[in-house]
Design a protein around this ligand. Structure first.
Ligand SMILES: [Zn+2]
Length: 353
């Protein structure tokens, strides 16, 4: 029979006559009398204990108080206050991540196994591709395919943190591969040092489990969206618009609205049939160069990485599952974009929530 211990992340504290158990999303508060009983149990469970014994401990301590017994049992067994003893080994490479998975699930080992079988393609190995690839590689996924034709320029070093001065003039996909392998030599990494120029070239994605686009080509996003739908491969677009970090939606074909379901909300040259007007907009935009700074690349890349890990590991519903999300870094406004209702020409779905 498996044995359980109090999860190492379950910190406790007291404020204004309330005892707090667990911080963050699992935080709960109790009055001091009940809190003391819980602390007694949690202290005993520093030693590995079978579930049946834990049940008895609770019954003994709370025999006259059925209501508290029920409430505490619920917290102990379903709010992830415990972790299976055999899963937590402080010395193990992925032990801290498994603690994180345990906040959401009783099966951190299964989540890790799932992730360790995944192959993810990253189109665009710049600032955001750097962040997402290193988060995925160090979390122990099986395989990455990195796609980018560009050479590293000196001006990239301000934000593309996986590259070093020695990498200037090297191909981004190749340099990123080397940099990632120094951090996790067990991940298989394929590189494709070319841009995808035609729809037929998208077939290099046919064996992957998930596609990330962190490039700035609008047409490519729509081509990959169609490819994703036809081939049943989930994908996400990640980027920034000026000082807004943007990610999502994760498109899961036949389950969620696709990227095009959101696109009519974009401020774009495509939203008019007046050709002169469109041309005027294009003329002004032709001189555009996006500003880019490390922290905003990291912000978009970090949130997207977390959502990808949650999705591929089956941990929790990713925040961007049915949303395109933007964090306005000037005022920390979080903008959730919903999909447009009505039939989409790509996924032919109505609103799915
Ligand atoms: Zn759609």
């Amino acid at each position: 029979m498996p044995k359980y211990i109090t999860a190492p992340y379950l910190r406790t504290g007291i404020k204004k006559n309330k005892i707090y158990i667990g911080f963050g999303s699992i935080q709960a508060e109790f009055n001091v009398e009940i809190g003391k009983k819980i602390l007694t149990i949690l202290n005993k469970l520093k030693h590995p204990t079978e579930i049946s014994v834990i049940q008895k401990l609770l019954e003994e301590l709370l025999q006259d108080d059925t209501e508290t017994f029920k409430a505490i049992s619920n917290y102990i067994f379903s709010k992830h206050w415990l972790i299976e003893e055999s899963i937590y080994n402080k010395e193990e490479r992925y032990s801290r991540q498994k603690l994180f998975y345990n906040i959401y699930s009783n099966n951190p080992d299964i989540i890790h196994q799932k992730l360790s079988q995944k192959h993810i393609a990253i189109i665009g190995c710049g600032g955001i591709g750097n962040i997402i690839s290193v988060n995925l590689a160090t979390s122990g996924i099986k395989e990455l395919t990195l796609i980018d034709q560009d050479l590293i320029e000196e001006s990239n070093l301000s934000r593309q943190i996986m590259f070093r001065e020695n990498d200037v003039n090297s191909n981004k996909a190749e340099a990123l591969k080397n940099s990632l392998l120094e951090r996790n030599s067990k991940v298989k990494i394929n590189t494709h040092p070319y841009n995808i120029k035609s729809v037929s070239e998208l077939n290099i994605l046919k064996n992957v489990d998930f596609i990330v686009i962190s490039g700035d080509s609008k047409n490519l996003v729509y081509d990959v969206n169609k490819y994703s739908y036809k081939n049943n491969i989930p994908f996400i677009n990640v980027g920034y618009i000026m000082d807004i970090a943007v990610w999502g939606p994760i498109f899961v074909p036949s389950q969620t609205p696709c990227f095009a379901c959101f696109s009519e909300q974009n401020i774009s040259k495509y939203n008019t049939h007046d050709k002169n007007l469109a041309q005027m907009i294009i003329n002004v935009n032709s001189r555009s160069q996006a500003p880019s700074i490390g922290p905003i690349n990291m912000l978009a890349g970090a949130y997207a990485s977390l959502d990808i890990i949650k999705y591929l590991g089956g941990i929790d519903t990713p925040e961007c599952m049915n949303h395109r999300i933007g964090i306005w870094t000037n005022n920390l406004k979080v903008e959730y974009q919903e999909n447009i209702e009505g039939n989409c020409s790509i996924c032919s779905k109505n609103t799915l929530k």
